[in-house]
Design a binder for this molecule. Structure first.
Ligand code: ADP
Ligand code: MG
Length: 655
């Protein structure tokens, strides 16, 4: 007797469904992708009971005629690829031709579709129950396609049991829709959950130019997630051909944005989108959206690159807010790993990571160096949610005429010297208002006197400030024409030392190091000893002289001059603990240096007494010279601004 038989179409479909249709969200994903592939301009998604009882997707796309509609339900029927070679350059979302038959095999399914470019007003309706066609008929319907999926997995009780609560399934659906809506601002999305309208996102028009697409994305983000300070990213570089061998030495080298975008032997990588300004971060990765050729993806390398790009202006355990689009030759990326998973593999993993970090870094630097240009388009409506962000970023309040204080706050003349004010003795408070001799303002400073409302937002450090005094031996109180500014001198000092250290490393200069009069030996547990041994080279480059002095013993004989440790043993132990806590990062060459420098700087500051007068005077000026002055290397704010408007609110002068 022959033992091998072909599976029936229906069983084959159900097996495929096991792969394609994991949960209601995967049905929504497949159907929305089909609508997008069908050039829909408006997509409506309705769900009931987390998608268990109902999923209905309606689009105004190209639709199908009767023959195509029937064919679309056959396995491996697709209009999107014809030959195997096409697989290397898939531009559409779907391509397997499995989704519709799979979904129809595990639900009660109704497809209604009418071809857009067809004069016939007749639509086709196909009803399928658990994979069996029950009815094919003509129906009246608008052009486009509507697919209704009821009672998902009704014929597979085991699968149905695996579904989570309605809320969980609905959350997965909403998450997918968020991604789709971000990737396609030009498509209007409506999302209805259990009869309630969750979203109604209008079409956002955009041109082909990247700048226009960035603005469209900003608009869409605003409609979905509310306003937040976001910086534009626009980076492009020519990649070598995929088969070129990555050159280790080249990996951490700085990329040049000016590289010619040649096409011979090179393919273009473009990275664009929006990222949170420093201080805008989240406790999870949930506001981190990354797309490759418009598909939402997960890729660990990119996750690291984002953090690296923020150049330590993110607090530990915080994640960037971003919506980034990577565009590259489809042949340079493998999306075909798993039909419903989002992980991708890049052929040039190192390069992609390097350039992503670079793109983020460039955007943040542009923010610090060309504030006017970058921020002109940033909405500056303050909101409660923004508060945390405001604390860590240059606050950018407008100073509207009508909100001017009833009783004028002490006015600071426009020529007020920005710096080197020296200490104002606390006792002579009123005298603070009258100024010292005004040296010319910094040439780069853009200053708007209060009488003419600021046209562009001016970063805090570009505004002249005057030192008032120090409170709690730590916080420097400053005033500007906009209000009160508090500076955390430790955080600021840490940032300054950190950047000085990194500059030296990047220019390959040896960090300053001072021999200790009395070298100290430190014995570590075996595990820590091994770990420390791996960090020795970086530590030495950073001026920390630690040498092996036996299996588990190290000799500490030099430190950067600004680090004064009362207890060498503690210092080494702390160093090991902190570096270990920084985890994996340490193992990536570049981040390793950052992390070590960060840790060393922290010790420098911890060990220091409160800064003296002259040091304080230089602090603001040194901070201004930093690339990322508004946060310490651990991501905490260095400056907090409370403008007059906020003060008036607190004092009840205005609502
Ligand atoms: P795939 O998307 O991988 O091609 P599907 O099973 O998802 O396979 O869809 C099969 C075919 O049905 C598609 O190739 C497309 O031609 C057609 N189709 C599916 N959904 C729609 C839609 N919403 N509008 C127009 N055509 C559609
Ligand atoms: Mg499809």
């Amino acid at each position: 007797m022959n033992r091998i038989r072909l599976l029936s179409e229906q069983v084959a479909n159900q097996i495929a469904a096991g792969e394609v249709v994991e949960r209601p969200a995967s049905v929504v994903k497949e159907l929305v992708e089909n609508s997008l592939d069908a050039e829909a301009k408006k997509i409506t998604v309705e769900i009931g009971a987390g998608g268990r009882s109902l999923i209905r997707i309606t689009d105004d796309g190209i639709g199908m005629n009767r023959d195509d509609a029937l064919l679309s339900l056959e396995r491996h029927a697709t209009s999107k690829i014809q030959k195997a070679e096409d697989l290397a350059s898939i531009a559409t979302m779907g391509f397997r031709g499995e989704a519709l038959p799979s979904i129809a095999s595990v639900s009660r399914f109704i497809l209604t579709t009418r071809e857009r470019d067809n004069d016939s007003p007749e639509a086709t309706q196909i009803v399928i129950n658990g994979g069996t066609i029950a009815e094919v008929k003509a129906a009246g319907s608008a052009a486009g396609t509507s697919i209704e999926v009821r009672q998902l997995f009704f014929n597979l009780p085991a699968r149905r049991k695996f579904l989570r609560t309605e809320e969980t399934e609905a959350a997965h659906i909403q998450h997918y829709l968020t991604l789709a809506a971000l990737a396609f601002p030009e498509v209007a999305f409506t999302f209805v959950k259990d009869g309630r309208n969750i979203w109604q996102l209008p079409t956002v028009k955009s041109e082909r130019a990247i700048s226009s697409r960035i603005e469209a994305l900003r608009e869409r983000l605003r409609a979905m997630l509310g306003g937040e300070k976001l910086l534009p990213v626009n980076f492009s570089v020519a990649l070598d051909t995929p088969d070129a061998i990555p050159d280790e030495a080249d990996i951490f080298e700085t990329a040049s944005t000016e590289k010619p975008a040649t096409t011979d032997g090179k393919s273009q990588l473009r990275i664009w989108g929006l990222i949170g300004s420093p201080g805008v971060s989240r406790a999870t990765r949930e506001s981190q959206f990354v797309f490759v050729n418009r598909r939402p993806v997960e890729n660990r390398g990119i996750n690291y690159a984002l953090i690296e790009g923020y150049h330590n202006s993110l607090m530990k355990g915080r994640y960037p807010v971003c919506c980034l689009f990577l565009e590259m030759d489809p042949a340079a990326v493998d999306v075909n790993i798993h039909p419903s998973k989002r992980e991708v593999k890049f052929h040039r993993e190192f390069d992609i990571r390097k350039y992503t970090a670079q793109a983020v870094r460039d955007a943040l630097l542009a923010f610090h160096t060309e504030p006017q240009a970058t921020l002109a388009k940033t909405p500056s409506t303050p909101s409660a949610i923004q508060l945390a962000a405001e604390l860590a970023t240059p606050a950018l309040p407008q100073f509207p005429e009508k909100l001017k204080p009833v009783a004028e706050p002490p006015k600071v003349p426009a020529q007020q010297t920005p710096l080197k004010m020296g200490f104002a003795p606390p006792a002579s408070a009123p005298a603070l208002v009258s100024n010292p001799a005004p040296p010319p303002p910094r040439p780069s400073a853009t200053f708007h006197p209060p009488s003419s409302p600021a046209t562009g937002a001016v970063p805090l450090l570009d505004v002249p400030m005057r030192m008032v005094g120090v409170i709690g031996k730590l916080y420097v109180v400053l005033e500007s024409d906009r209000g009160l500014v508090l500076l955390d001198q430790h955080a600021a000092h840490e940032r300054i030392l950190f950047e000085q250290m990194m500059t030296r490393i990047e220019s390959n200069a040896a960090a300053p190091s001072q021999k200790l009069l009395l070298p100290e030996t430190v014995e570590l547990p075996p595990r820590d000893a091994q770990f420390l041994r791996e960090q020795l080279a970086v530590l030495t480059r950073l001026g920390v002289g630690l040498n092996e002095f036996g299996e588990r013993t190290f000799l500490l004989d030099a430190l950067p001059p600004f680090v004064k440790v009362p207890d060498a043993r503690r210092f080494v132990f702390d160093l090991v603990d902190e570096l270990r806590a920084a985890g994996r990062e340490v193992n990536l060459a570049r981040l390793g240096e950052h992390t070590v420098a960060k840790t060393v700087c922290r010790h420098a500051v911890k060990a220091n007494d409160p800064l003296g007068g002259p040091e304080l005077e230089n602090l603001v000026e040194d901070l201004r010279r930093c690339a990322m002055p508004y946060t310490c290397p651990h991501g905490r704010p260095t400056l907090i601004e409370m403008n007059y408007r906020e003060l008036e609110k607190k004092f009840g002068r205005i609502q």
